[in-house]
Design a protein around this ligand. Structure first.
Ligand code: F6P
Length: 526
């Protein structure tokens, strides 16, 4: 009989814990008892590539891929073997099959999680339905680019959470050189955010995208009303004619007043934080064009295929999840950090925060039992090299052990002196090496303990396909983490209570605690 997950966690906790440098000399340098080659070929054991290029002539002209190097982590053969047992005990293969077959993987809401179908992967009927939705979006994008809604130069995209973070990341990462449309993503209900967008747009040439899966979110609907008023106040005769709705609730959008021809629906079974691939990605397509948007989907599909088909031992996504869980549950790490050594990925840590923390910040299992250990760590991060001069002191010498992911591109994003990109990459690699090796200092203040883990995700280039692949990698990493912990990553009931209480406060009448009553009085809302 298979060992229980609890017994495997106990085994994992009692395994010897060699340091990273010990692992390098014993396993990763081709040392005794391994079949790995040594010398320059070291560390092959925990690094691998996912190729993004397909086999069409066009793809072969621009091959590309991503190297995932997990060799500076404490995953050794014994730890990996235990995680393989855990994957078996938690029926990882069965859950993964269900995900791609479009079966229910979100039991509390009785839903499938169909985001991969938008990338052409999964159940054939659902893939066909998804392709029709993407085609519909493509037609509208092309029509707008050709001027059917008049001269459109600006797009104010209004949405929040999953309806904003993906669009903001995609637009920022992919349209720095050239944008077919000037896109502003506004999420916060704080009117300062919307006013900032207004200040940069000419109302006569502005389109408003209202992005909300439910089409009920108070921040989004309030901002959308104010955007319509701004158009009207500034002489636009038919403000409603400038609105595009991106939603899984098309009836709600019609009721709100959006014309059906400008509603781009997506499936209810696509979660908000997994919706960048759907019509929620409309602003990305507006900024970079539909061809690049489709490239983004294709890059994600390459990762889908790897995650779906690779065996446990070779599965790079699963390996990342093993490391995540090892640090969270065996080494007690409460946070994990992600540093993009690429200005274009500056919003990537923000995006990951919702993906990982809203998905896996849970305290009960999918079958309603208390979890048997900590769940999602706090995800945080920033951009290198800036972060080195701000927070890396703590990573090197602080008392917390924080696993770090570095993300970088071999090809530069700039056309300046190549020194810029060389220094950027060298710094990225140096940080991982320094965290691992540490250094004996002449006094304790100058001592670097080392043995601090990191992973490096190295892209050949950062383009639409790579961005799609990076996001899909993290979606599946999040799913794999959830399966191995036995939790449901696709619901988010935790965000509801605060929303309900905000509504109660707004509507008045309810009594709150003395502190909250005091704050209401101070702000004269009570
Ligand atoms: O508050 C959480 C949340 O439900 C997220 O999961 C979601 O991405 C966001 O709100 C926005 O929801 P909607 O797209 O329905 O406006």
């Amino acid at each position: 009989m298979n060992k229980s997950a609890a017994a495997i966690w106990t085994d994992l906790a009692s395994l010897p814990q060699p340091t990273l440098l010990e692992l390098f000399s014993a396993e990763r340098d081709g040392g005794e008892g391994t079949d790995e080659p040594g010398g320059a070929e070291r560390v092959v054991m925990l690094s691998g590539r996912i190729e993004l290029a397909g086999d069409t002539a066009e793809d072969l002209m621009a091959p590309g891929g991503i190297l995932f190097d997990w060799s500076k982590t404490h995953l050794d053969r014994a730890v990996l073997a235990k995680f393989a047992e855990l994957a078996e005990a938690m029926d990882f293969a069965g859950q993964r099959r269900k995900l791609f077959a479009g079966e229910v993987v979100n039991p509390t809401e009785g839903r499938a999680a169909d985001h991969a179908t938008l990338r052409g992967v999964g159940d054939a009927a659902k893939v066909e339905e998804a392709a029709a939705l993407i085609d519909r979006m493509g037609m509208l994008v092309e029509a707008i680019h050709q001027g059917t809604l008049g001269e459109i130069e600006h797009l104010i995209h209004i949405g929040i959470g999953g309806s904003a973070l993906g669009p903001a990341l995609g637009v920022d990462a992919l349209s720095r050189d050239f944008a077919r449309c000037d896109v502003h993503v506004v999420s916060n209900i704080d009117g300062v955010a919307l006013e900032a967008a207004f200040a940069k747009c000419d109302p006569a040439k502005t389109l408003i995208a209202v992005a909300s899966k439910t089409f009920t979110t108070i921040e989004t609907m309030t901002n959308a009303q104010s955007a319509l008023k701004w158009l009207a106040d500034n002489g636009v005769s038919d403000p409603g004619g400038r609105v595009v709705a991106l939603t899984a609730n098309p009836e709600g959008a019609v009721e709100w007043g959006v014309d059906e021809t400008r509603i781009l629906p997506f499936q209810e079974s696509v979660g908000g934080r997994y919706s960048i691939w759907s019509s929620i990605g409309f602003p990305i397509a507006m900024a970079v064009g539909m061809d690049d948007f489709r490239e983004m989907l294709a890059g994600a599909a390459a990762v889908d295929a790897h995650f779906r088909d690779a065996e446990v031992a070779e599965n790079l996504v699963l390996r990342a999840a093993f490391a995540d869980l090892y640090y969270t549950r065996v080494r007690g790490c409460q946070t994990r950090a992600v540093f993009a050594y690429d200005e274009r990925l500056g919003l990537f840590p923000n995006y990951l925060q919702q993906l990982e923390m809203e998905s896996n910040g849970k305290r009960v299992t999918a079958d309603m039992q208390p979890v048997d250990g900590p769940t999602a760590p706090v995800t945080w991060g920033g951009v290198g090299t800036d972060a080195q001069h701000a927070v890396f002191q703590l990573l090197h010498q602080g008392t917390h052990l924080i696993p770090v992911d570095f993300i970088a591109s071999i090809a530069p994003g700039d056309a300046l002196d190549p020194a810029h990109h060389r220094i950027l990459l060298m710094n990225c690699f140096a940080q991982g090496a320094a965290l691992m090796a540490g250094k004996k200092g002449e006094d304790p203040a100058r001592n670097y303990p080392g043995d601090r883990p990191s992973a490096t995700i190295l892209c050949d280039d950062l383009d639409a396909a790579t961005l799609g692949a990076l996001i899909a990698f993290h979606e599946h990493r999040t799913f794999a983490n959830a399966v191995l912990m036995g939790i449901n990553p696709f619901d988010q009931f935790g965000v509801e209570l605060g929303k309900q209480m905000a509504k109660a406060i707004e509507q008045g009448g309810d009594e709150f605690d003395a502190s909250t009553e005091g704050l209401l009085k101070a702000a004269t809302l009570g």
